[in-house]
Ligand binder design. Structure first.
Ligand SMILES: NC(=O)C1=CN([C@@H]2O[C@H](COP(=O)(O)OP(=O)(O)OC[C@H]3O[C@@H](n4cnc5c(N)ncnc54)[C@H](OP(=O)(O)O)[C@@H]3O)[C@@H](O)[C@H]2O)[C@@H](O)CC1
Ligand SMILES: [K+]
Length: 490
């Protein structure tokens, strides 16, 4: 499991560790890891041109000490100081001792000369280290720092963010205005939520974690399943299992207008580990024609026979009765697409069995009564808010999919999945996900596990199916067994 802790938790752990170590020891650990990662990235340190963007806090200190290490290995290192009078004194002295230089300053030389010099240095650099701000960041990048971020992000040089890209909110991944676009982020002690959640994740590039000895107790703020975690959670039939013991998933989806949604949801459900798939709705002929193994019924969810979980909503049009009947059942329910609009919030809140809602940003925005851009901007807050309002587990789709448990508050970790590919933004792909995830629910996974395992397999299947080319939703469904095998084989 990859875990990310809040700034507050990191600060507490940092204080405890610092109290037991000599002064500056933590920063030396951080700088050593940072310099090593930079050396790996540039390949040849000797003769390379390195620019340090240095803010007034310890993030700048890390950059300066790492710069000193690179200078000692023969790099030409120049620091651009945002606040010369408040620069980390030890770090700056170390850089100077190692032969590093300092660019003209804003304060002494004026803003135009400062920016011209910085632009010139960045243009000619092989490597830029972003030490503007780290976990001490408050609000959008300040006006003096923002132009440097813009210059670095456009540079041909490799850009390494120290701890996290400046301009990315450490706790949420939100980006308000300019931010550093890094090729690599070297982060210390633990991942930060902003490195795992979009849009921050996209700015971070690849992320390398440097162990500095922090011990982080308690609940993470954000966690991401890895192959081994998913492998442990996948349902495995025992020798005694028959199709009913493996779970039956009911799919109440599709309409005369959208029969394809039913077919795609069933295609996902057949590959999610349930022993049987029961389809209820007006697209039974289309479903049977494509998947003859499906049990079909046209009598509505209430009379359809026993299932261990329901999926309701994909392509459902305006049929509110199926949604109401499913919500009245005492088994786990997944609500997607049209079902989200049709589900009564009190009916969802009043349920005893788990409910999993799977909106994309547009659907989440409609449920929250805000603009879509607001959900895209603040994904972590949005998923928690929705989970709190409905008392349900919420899976918010996107390039990083988030899954928040029914508490909604910051106390429980939000799961984040990054296996997806932009090729998955294709019609019907969400229907496959809902069928797959419903099947995992029927096989006995909790709503949070089913949501995060479903998103993981779906994303991986999308990658395997796409392999760099466009794919249709049916290709993604067909690749689910490949993804499953890939996870099981490790
Ligand atoms: N945790 C650990 O275990 C370890 C932590 N380490 C390192 O320390 C870092 C944290 O250092 P930190 O606490 O000094 O804060 P930091 O991120 O440098 O920022 C504060 C400065 O930024 C400024 N500033 C604020 N907002 C801004 C904005 N929007 N735009 C522009 N500027 C802004 C703010 O200015 P002020 O408000 O004071 O005017 C203040 O001067 C951490 O990320 C890691 O790199 C490692 O060395 C070792 C182990
Ligand atoms: K930084």
């Amino acid at each position: 499991m990859r875990t990310a802790y809040s700034v507050e938790t990191v600060r507490t752990a940092e204080r405890e560790l610092m109290a037991r170590l000599p002064d500056g020891a933590l920063m030396q650990r951080a700088a050593a890891g940072l310099a090593a990662a930079c050396a790996d990235l540039v390949g040849r340190v000797y003769g390379s041109r390195v620019v340090l963007l240095v803010g007034s806090g310890d993030n700048g200190g890390d950059a300066l000490y790492a710069g000193a290490r690179l200078a000692r290995r023969g790099a030409g290192v120049t620091a651009v100081l945002l606040a010369p009078e408040r620069t980390h004194a030890g770090g700056l002295a170390a850089l100077r001792r190692a032969g590093g230089g300092v660019a003209p300053s804003r304060q002494a030389d004026g803003i135009p000369a400062f920016l011209r010099a910085a632009a010139d240095l960045i243009d000619r650099a092989d490597l830029v280290l972003d030490g503007i701000v780290g976990i001490g960041a408050k609000g959008p990048l300040r006006p003096d720092a923002a132009p440097l971020a813009a210059l670095a992000s456009r540079a041909r040089a490799a850009v390494v963010a120290v701890d996290l890209p400046s301009g990315v909110d450490p706790d949420t991944g939100e980006v308000d205005g300019e931010a550093i676009r890094a090729d690599l982020t070297v982060t210390f002690g633990t991942h930060k939520p902003g490195l795992l959640v979009d849009p921050g994740r996209e700015y971070a590039g690849s992320v390398r974690l440097v162990d500095i000895g922090l011990s982080l107790p308690g609940e993470a703020a954000v966690e991401a399943l890895q192959h081994a975690d998913v492998a442990r959670l996948l349902p495995v039939p025992g020798a005694e299992s028959d199709k009913y013991r493996r779970g039956v998933v009911g799919i109440a989806a599709g309409s005369a207008r959208y029969p394809g949604a039913a077919v795609l949801a069933v295609s996902g459900a057949l590959r999610g580990g349930a022993g049987a798939v029961r389809y209820v709705g007006p697209a039974a002929d289309a479903v049977i024609a494509r998947f003859p193994e499906t049990l079909v019924s046209d009598r509505g969810p209430r009379k359809a026979g026993r299932v261990q979980a329901w999926v309701v909503g994909p392509g459902a049009g305006d049929d509110a009765s199926a949604v109401a009947e499913v919500l009245a059942a005492d088994v786990p329910v997944l609500i997607d697409a049209d079902g989200l609009r049709l589900a009564d919030v009190d009916a969802v809140r009043g349920r005893d069995a788990p409910t999993l809602m799977t909106p994309h940003a547009g659907e989440a925005a409609a449920l929250l009564g805000v603009a879509r851009e607001e959900v895209e901007r603040a994904r972590l807050d949005s998923v928690r808010e929705l989970a709190g309002r409905y008392g349900a587990t919420v899976l918010l789709k996107g390039s990083t999919t988030l899954v928040a448990g029914p508490g909604g508050g910051a106390a429980a970790a939000v799961r984040v999945n990054a296996t997806g590919t932009s090729w998955l933004a294709t019609a019907g792909s969400g229907d496959v996900l809902s069928g797959l995830t419903g099947s995992l629910l029927a096989a006995g996974l909790s709503a949070v596990d089913a949501g995060s395992v479903g998103a993981y397999l779906h994303g991986l299947a999308g990658r395997l199916a796409a392999d760099g080319a466009p794919v249709g939703a049916h290709d993604v469904a067909a690749a689910l067994p490949l993804a499953w095998r890939d996870v099981v084989r490790g």
